[in-house]
Design a protein. Structure first.
Length: 361
């Protein structure tokens, strides 16, 4: 029998401007959900009586609230797994907060609702009263710690490994549908297709080869995989971070150095000499309190993100993604004299003559 699986919510495919080159489109797909390096992700555990889902009670015409609050033992497993990802030395860090309004990641423990997470920056689309991650079963049971590592992998922007087009998996489709329709998952055919049978675009996957040992790989019992032949009897990843998982995380989020960042001064553009996937970081010390405009220039697709330093920690303020659009990333923000801000620009791709640049004014 199949084990309990992470169930990602179905999302509409991102719409890009028609006519993009294959190279430009591939860069956009690959980086769409990824954070800019140096981001501090704040996570929050729901903890109040009012925190939960309202569900109907069959046959009664009534409803009841199901709690999102997890026991300390459950929260501690998740905390340990955040630390394990952090201890790789990646350039994204995790900080627990007690105020949900400060959290990008909001975590619930609704039993029976499955385990799932939004993927990367998609969490920013969720309201402050909504979960961006849920754990639907006991994480302290043997072998279940990997569930928390897996969902945090999604929060970092990683997708399911068995959906890689490089895996070469030939499924017994009907056997998969039948197996997932039963306990403990009770999935619809649409959910099963989206989370298992659907192949990802080559630009979306976590690497250029399939990693059956990945923390993002599901275990499967025998009888579901027809090819490769060695997995007909089942696929059983160890539930730990594989070498390829670590390499992928460090490639996207290399260790953040602490050099003196260049200043981004009003009305002075700074050239960006970046290769696809590279990032430039700047500091802003506003000379006066007012509304400023920040933007990139030139023929490029990029992500522009503004942070404010609070208690020595950069807090997300706003971001713009111009990926695939004919215009550049531009945003307005009120900056306060005496406070420090950081601007991070990550390039998807650049093309055509001339240089790209960033400026505030």
């Amino acid at each position: 029998m199949t084990g309990r699986y992470c169930s990602l919510a179905q999302q509409s495919a991102p719409a890009f401007t028609p006519g993009l080159t294959a190279e430009r489109l591939g860069a956009l797909i690959a980086g769409r959900a990824m954070w800019v390096n140096g981001t501090v992700l704040h996570y929050y555990f729901f903890d109040g009586d009012e925190d939960g889902s309202v569900i109907s009670v069959p046959g009664t015409g009534q409803s009841r609230r199901v709690s999102w609050v997890g026991a300390k033992e459950q929260r501690d497993v998740v905390r340990e797994c955040f630390r394990e990802w952090q201890d790789l030395g990646i350039g994204v860090s995790f900080v627990e907060v007690g105020d949900r309004s400060e959290a990008e990641l909001r975590i619930g423990f609704q039993l029976g609702d499955g385990s799932w997470s939004t993927v990367g920056k998609d969490c920013l689309l969720a309201g402050q009263q909504e979960r961006t991650m849920n754990f639907g079963w006991d994480l302290t049971l043997p072998g279940e710690r990997g569930t928390a590592l897996h969902e945090i992998g999604h929060a970092l922007g990683m997708l399911h490994e068995h959906q890689s087009p490089f895996a070469g998996i030939h499924w017994d489709d009907e056997a998969v549908y039948a197996d997932l329709a039963g306990p403990p998952n009770f999935w619809s055919r649409d959910t099963t297709f989206f989370n298992i049978l659907r192949k990802l675009d080559p630009s979306e996957v976590n690497g250029s080869v399939w990693d059956p040992q990945s923390i993002m790989e599901y275990p499967f019992p025998g009888g579901l995989i027809l090819e490769p032949e060695q997995f007909r009897a089942g696929l059983n990843p160890p539930g730990t971070l594989s070498p390829a998982d670590k390499e992928f995380a460090l490639r996207w989020y290399p260790p953040a150095d602490a050099p003196r960042l260049p200043a981004l001064e009003p009305f002075r553009s700074v050239p960006l000499r970046l290769a696809p996937g590279e990032q430039a970081d700047f500091v802003i010390d506003p000379p006066e309190t007012r509304e400023y405009t920040l933007g990139t220039f030139g023929a490029n697709d990029s992500v522009l993100v503004l942070f404010e330093e609070r208690d020595d920690v950069p807090r997300y303020v706003a971001g713009r993604d111009d990926g695939g659009e004919p215009h550049n990333a531009t945003m307005k923000a009120r900056l306060v004299k005496g406070r420090r801000y950081y601007v991070r620009v990550r390039l998807y791709s650049a093309w055509g003559p001339g240089e790209t640049a960033v400026m505030c004014w």
